[in-house]
Write a protein that binds this ligand. Structure first.
Ligand code: SER
Length: 318
């Protein structure tokens, strides 16, 4: 039996991860949310939900005690482009929020997963086959919070024995819940435009490679890392994971196999482009493969077929 609190359960990752955990485990899988982002439908009906603001340590502790929580998925964050507009809020949610979670975990013996990202790397990081252990000098506020997240999570493991583990997510692509203000969001939005029969205006320049991942693989990673045999883990916070790397013209070409008349033009957003240029083209995930058996299922073609099939149903188009 496992009792899990998902903080940020109505976000892009949380909405799907909470349902996956409820289908996997018998215990209480609590959907933590903030007012204004209430769970709805299946997410609301299939298990307990509680208001959990990551900035309120007392509130986190009360829910952890009430449900005898043993694992916390801390998914509260501002994505990279929004974080550039609201850097103080990004720091507050990313790091003061994390500190609250880690303190509650220390006092109540919980394991903690807090995602890191391709955003934890910067311009001086090797961009091709970015190693697991390498330079991390990001230039975005999002990246600054992610590097500090990794360090603080490792600190709580070494200093207090809190079982912290995480992965560096690529840009995540899903048809269920939209991402909110990330640099990689274009790779989700392009599918919506194609299925709706609209032209896509791409904010990222041709030739800009970034790691991407289909949500089912990302969810598998979030579960598998927390289930991994700790004696095999050399690293903890945080593991490179990868499944596909592409530039806008590649995802466009893949979609054109289904929608030959689909049109795309570029209108580059300088803020997002600068962030994208500073991130890896492709990460080396061999440590994750070796230490906990990471293997992705989806590549670009398999993901595209599944995205298009499911978006057609969601949007009610033929
Ligand atoms: N998807 C995130 C972003 O673009 C990266 O982790 O901000």
């Amino acid at each position: 039996m496992k009792n899990v609190l998902v903080i940020g359960s109505t976000g892009q990752i949380g909405s799907e991860l909470t349902m996956k955990l409820r289908n996997m485990y018998d215990g209480s899988i609590v959907a933590g949310y903030i007012p204004g982002a209430e769970p709805k439908g299946e997410l609301l009906e299939s298990g307990p939900a509680e208001v959990v603001n990551v900035l309120d340590g007392k509130q986190i502790a009360e829910v952890v005690k009430k449900y005898r929580i043993d694992t916390i998925y801390n998914l509260a964050a501002l994505l990279s482009a929004v974080a550039e507009r609201k850097p103080l809020m990004a720091w507050d949610i990313g790091l003061n929020g994390l500190l609250n979670v880690l303190e509650v975990a220390r006092e109540n013996n919980c394991a903690v997963f807090t995602p890191s990202s391709i955003g934890s790397f910067g311009p001086s990081t090797p961009h091709d086959n970015t190693p697991q252990d390498t330079i991390q000098r990001p230039t975005s506020m999002y990246g600054v919070t992610k590097v500090a997240t990794e360090l603080l999570s490792d600190y709580y493991f070494h200093k207090f024995g809190v079982d912290t583990r995480s992965v560096r997510f690529p840009g995540l692509i899903s048809y269920t819940t939209l991402p909110g203000g990330g640099t990689t969001d274009y790779a989700v939005e392009i599918y919506y435009a194609a299925v709706k029969g609209e032209e896509f205006v791409c904010p990222i320049a041709k030739g800009t490679f970034m790691d991407m991942m289909y949500m089912p693989d990302a969810l598998k990673a979030a579960v598998d890392i927390m289930e991994a045999d700790p004696s095999r883990l050399v690293h903890r916070n945080s593991f490179n994971i990868a499944s596909m790397s592409f530039a806008p013209e590649h995802v466009y070409a893949e979609i054109c196999k289904t929608y030959p008349d689909f049109k795309m033009r570029y209108e580059v957003d300088p803020v997002r482009q600068a962030i994208a240029d500073s991130w890896p083209d492709k990460m080396d995930d061999s440590c994750a493969r070796k230490e906990w058996g990471w293997t992705p299922h989806y590549g670009l073609a398999g993901m595209s077929a599944d995205m298009i099939k499911n978006l057609k149903i969601k949007l009610g188009v033929e």
